[in-house]
Design a protein around this ligand. Structure first.
Ligand SMILES: [Zn+2]
Length: 280
């Protein structure tokens, strides 16, 4: 793993001064042994030194590989492929406000996506999750309560992930394979928990920004920066900001089609990566 220059990241504005370290040494963190028992009897793993702020930082840190392997867990930033494919991803749903309209836009363009759902929302709106599954989209795990997994113990992370797995399984009959940690925050405990459950992790290469950009501004920015194997983060749960992302979606889909891109799910993107087909 390349050594991260903290100063370079600070200069690039990608690292807050309060962040202790970036880059990932997950194997070391995952091998750190059992967490100490705190005064209340709860096992608490302190925030590990290896901590990923989000995909942009790891990319700025000079990572050449788009998929890394942390023990048995693969961490996807973007697909290592020259095929003109992109993975559209939607976090935080399902929601009554945004999910159905998002599905309508994807359906109209014949596009497929991955929805990283929050377990408590799945239990509220199982019909929307069933529709996502029935229309060929992938369901991923975005924790049960949208918790910051990087500050939880391994047992707490396991509980968050298992509850969402169970909710999706109950709604669709299919168990999620990929986790997107809320806020893109990871820790050794979170990686170890994903390893125990057999999940891979997906971060992202591009983001629907919503704030400060019009729908067309978002479309232009995304089409300008997307490369083969890109992963776009958007949301189908949350407040009125989502209206911007939703309004941008048809234009983004049309633009991708014009540029010869095909949409794939995150698991399909992982399968395209050479390293993802060996050793597992
Ligand atoms: Zn989220």
């Amino acid at each position: 793993m390349p050594t991260t220059s903290r100063r370079a990241l600070l200069r690039a504005g990608l690292l807050a001064a309060s962040v202790p370290l970036v880059g990932i040494s997950a194997q070391r963190a995952a091998d750190a042994g059992p967490a100490p028992v705190g005064p209340n009897g709860v096992r608490v793993r302190p925030r590990p030194a290896a901590w990923v702020k989000h995909g942009r930082i790891a990319r700025a840190a000079g990572m050449e590989r788009e998929v890394d392997r942390c023990g048995s867990v693969r961490v996807l930033w973007g697909g290592a492929t020259s095929d003109r494919v992109v993975a559209l991803t939607f976090d935080d749903g399902p929601s009554q406000e945004w999910t159905a309209a998002t599905l309508d836009a994807l359906s109209a363009a014949g596009a497929r996506a991955t929805f990283f759902v929050v377990g408590r929302n799945v239990r509220r709106f199982p019909d929307l999750v069933r529709r996502q599954h029935a229309e060929g989209h992938e369901l991923g795990n975005h924790s049960d309560t949208h918790a910051d997994l990087s500050v939880l113990s391994e047992e707490q992370v396991l509980a968050e992930l298992r509850a969402t797995d169970d909710a999706v399984l109950a709604a669709t009959g299919v168990r999620p394979r990929v986790v997107r940690p809320p806020f893109g925050h990871l820790s050794g405990a979170a990686l170890a928990a994903c390893g125990q459950l057999g999940h891979d992790i997906a971060l992202w290469t591009s983001c629907m920004k919503e704030i400060g950009l019009t729908p067309q501004g978002n479309v232009d920015a995304l089409l300008g920066e997307l490369r083969p194997g890109g992963v776009v983060l958007s949301h189908d749960g949350g407040d009125q900001r989502r209206a911007v992302g939703l309004a941008a979606l048809p234009g983004l889909l049309a633009g991708l089609q014009d540029q010869g891109y095909r949409t794939v799910t995150v698991s399909e993107l992982l399968a395209l990566d050479r390293s993802a087909t060996t050793g597992r």
